[in-house]
Write a protein that binds this ligand. Structure first.
Ligand code: JB2
Length: 240
């Protein structure tokens, strides 16, 4: 097994891992892995053939997801989903389940500058990026992204595969359903529920519960359909 950029200070027994996806999100993840010394990034797999044979921050892009069994044979036992994506967390869920079905174990990654309360419960495969906060009593599912400087206040419950984007704030005791997306810089008032698969637009101020599957924008946040008449292009431009 070829170690990739092992740091001089890194203990020799840290595991190696594969990163699924090789774009911007994956590069932040590689930095986090190296800074946290949770695991050594061994290889990237990416759906984009033009990246195959190249490197992402010095980590080789070996090919597509079909290579997972080969990596297992090479002794790789761990993975992290490196696809970020905006608004739709289904591709991240599918990748996560695929790698687990192959027998790989998802890694939990917290950047050293993030504050994760010892009483918080953080699921496998969840990543907490630089300067994020996960406060006391919070419970995060698997494969969640707590992006740079996002804040998960005390006693929030965040479902599997949720993305809390850069700088978003969940005030205390917010419940977020699986696969939901909380856009960059959005604020969700305390004690609210964001339903499964709901989307909160960038910069929104959420002051009421958001039902499952509904997209909201604005200050105060309102359902996209009532603001935009369901215009899909505008919806996408505002997700962040
Ligand atoms: O099924 C897949 C797959 N689908 C897309 N398997 C694998 N292994 N890789 C996949 N990809 C790859 O993920 C694409 O081919 C592409 O190389 C990469 C996504 O890169 P991109 O830079 O487009 O997006 P990102 O997900 O890394 O970052 C987005 O989300 C972040 C949270 C951006 O919007 C960032 O700005 C944002 N910070």
């Amino acid at each position: 097994m070829r170690p990739t950029h092992r740091q001089a200070s890194m203990p020799v027994d840290v595991p190696t891992c594969v990163i699924l996806g090789g774009g911007g999100h994956a590069r932040v993840l590689i930095d986090c892995l190296r800074a946290s010394e949770v695991a050594l990034p061994y290889a990237v797999l990416d759906a984009d053939r033009s990246l195959w044979g190249r490197e992402v921050l010095g980590v080789p892009v070996r090919g597509g997801d079909g290579l997972l069994p080969d990596l297992l044979r090479e002794g790789i036992r761990h993975f992290v989903v490196g696809v970020g994506g905006i608004g739709d967390n289904e591709p991240r869920r599918r990748l996560f389940e695929r790698a687990r079905r192959q027998g790989l174990t998802p890694l939990r990654v917290c950047h050293p500058s993030a504050m994760c309360s010892p009483s918080a419960v953080i699921g496998q495969g969840t990543v907490v990026f630089p300067h994020a906060v996960v406060n006391t009593g919070a419970r995060l599912g698997v494969n969640v992204i707590v992006n740079t400087s996002a804040v998960i206040e005390h006693d929030c419950v965040v479902g599997d595969h949720v993305h809390v984007a850069t700088g978003a704030v969940l005030c205390s005791t917010v419940h977020v359903g699986v696969l939901a997306h909380i856009g960059a810089g959005a604020v969700v008032r305390q004690c609210l529920t964001i339903g499964e698969g709901a989307v909160v637009g960038a910069g929104a101020a959420v002051v009421r519960d958001v039902p499952a599957g509904v997209t909201v924008f604005g200050v105060p946040a309102e359902p996209a359909d009532s603001i935009l008449g369901g215009v899909e292009d505008l919806r996408r431009e505002n997700l962040g």
